[in-house]
Design a protein around this ligand. Structure first.
Ligand code: SDX
Length: 426
């Protein structure tokens, strides 16, 4: 029995159906609203607007819950691998041994990048940001690897191509911009081992693969793998709704992720913490600035559109900081500052009243620093992690019979009709 809400406007009453999700969430279906009332809704930033039904990721912002296809994020971080989580998100079920082996073969077979693409890197100015390069190179993949849209086998190959090559492109960008020899992927290494080796191996100093670093990277990527309808995923879905190819939809997602309010926050957090340490800024002054409405400064890595309590990923990432720094015997002063800032902020009435807690970006950069990833590649690492989620969300939208071209409406507030004025009379 479908529930309804009543909308009363002037002397009319309209009934709108209510949709209920598998976790009990409810939405008012307004798909017939304009036809019934002549009106649209307005929701700046879409904080109250659902764009789709999805069976991929469930988040509960009030209770700090995050599950991929029903599996809690802490269990996946503890027991799974990034390769397995990528398969789960895209295919809906944890893979059998046979399925994960086949997926691994596909990832290996598609790990190389067309040699003609190497020359592209040389055309970027040396100061180019790796996110701009990555977005361009992923878009260029379409030119080198055209696929027959609608062909299942082709799509599986394209998915593996993207997940495997994004890693190779990121490492190539790092090497080429330093004038170092490009290191090719190896068939005997796992997904994360290969990335680390392509990044840090050199002809004169072979990279020694540390299982703890590999595990830290795998957990980092799992924690970033999907997050329902965030800014960049919504960009992938919106661009994909025009039925452009998957590479270009993903390229749009990379561009959306780059922003400091979204995935770019992980780089902004480390820059903020570094500034505090280098200038020895008192933490109480940092918190005061964050609360000052006249000051554009925000406590980067704090706050979230959905989580109004701790981001469940943050607790796992924070533990990973301690684990990896202890293992590598590194003392990172930025971690001390981050923990002290968290302690002050979470006990401050402004942050409590505004439901502002550390999000995944607050501690993630500390782990990446320990691994040796340069700061300007932090958001690239976020993109590598988020890629399976973007693909899963894109695929779900393409398979949805109700999915249409995304084209929001507006309320016009500009000048009403007026006649053209010749330049002589202006
Ligand atoms: C990610 O959506 C996702 O799922 C994203 C993500 C994912 O996995 O895809 O989780 C990844 O992007 C995490 C967020 C990373 N961004 C940052 O850490 C940047 C700093 N955070 C903020 O800019 C902010 O919290 C946002 C952008 C994350 C969320 O902003 P909202 O929901 O639009 O909230 P808002 O800007 O309207 O702020 C509400 C109030 C305001 O105060 P009032 O005017 O109501 O008094 O909270 C204040 C804001 O000033 N506020 C902050 C703050 N964040 C919000 N004040 C100080 N410092 C902050 N960080």
């Amino acid at each position: 029995m479908t529930e309804h809400v009543k909308l009363i406007w002037q002397d009319k009453t309209f009934e709108l159906p209510v949709i209920t999700g598998s976790e009990g969430e409810k939405a008012i279906d307004i798909s017939k609203l304009r036809q019934m009332t002549g009106m649209i809704t307005m929701d700046s930033g879409f904080a109250n607007t659902g764009s789709c039904k999805s069976a991929i990721t469930f988040m509960d912002g009030e209770r700090g819950i995050l599950r991929y296809r029903g599996y809690p994020i802490d269990e996946l971080a503890e027991h799974s691998s990034f390769r397995e989580v990528a398969y789960l998100l895209i295919n809906g079920e944890l893979p059998t041994r046979k399925q994960i082996t086949r997926f691994s073969v596909l990832l290996n077979d598609h790990s190389l990048v067309h040699e003609d693409m190497r020359s592209f890197f040389g055309s970027f100015p040396r100061a180019s940001h790796p996110m701009g390069i990555l977005s361009s190179m992923v878009n260029a993949l379409k030119s080198f690897y055209p696929y027959l849209e609608g062909e299942e086998e082709e799509l599986n190959a394209t998915v593996a191509r993207l997940i495997s090559k994004i890693r190779t492109l990121a490492a190539m960008s790092y090497k080429i911009f330093r004038g170092h020899t490009v290191v090719y992927p190896r068939p005997d290494l796992s997904y994360c081992e290969n990335f680390l080796n392509m990044m840090f191996d050199t002809p004169v100093r072979p990279y020694e693969i540390d299982p703890d670093i590999v595990q830290a990277l795998s957990v980092f990527l799992i924690l970033h793998a999907d997050h329902e309808q965030n800014c960049s995923t919504s960009a992938v879905r919106l661009v994909g709704s025009g039925r452009v190819n998957l590479y270009s939809a993903i390229s749009a997602g990379i561009a959306a992720l780059w922003g400091p309010l979204h995935g770019g926050a992980n780089q902004a957090v480390i820059e903020m913490l570094t500034n505090i340490v280098e200038k020895d800024i008192p933490l109480k002054d940092v918190v005061l600035r964050a609360k000052d409405k006249s000051d554009p400064f925000r406590l980067m890595g704090f706050g979230h559109r959905v989580y109004k309590t701790y981001d469940p990923r943050t607790k796992i990432m924070k533990k990973m900081c301690d684990r990896i720094l202890t293992k590598l015997n590194i003392h990172d002063p930025l971690l001390d500052v981050a923990k002290a800032l968290e302690e002050i902020a979470v006990n401050d009435s402004y942050f409590i009243d505004h439901n502002l807690y550390p999000n995944i970006d607050f501690y993630s950069g500390i782990v990446l620093r320990a691994i040796g990833i340069p700061t300007n590649m932090f958001t690239v690492m976020f993109a590598i992690g988020r890629l399976p989620g973007w693909i899963a969300q894109w695929k779900e939208s393409m398979d949805d019979p109700e999915w249409r071209l995304n084209r929001p409406r507006q309320i016009y507030t500009g000048p009403t009709k007026r006649a053209y004025v010749p330049i002589e009379e202006r």
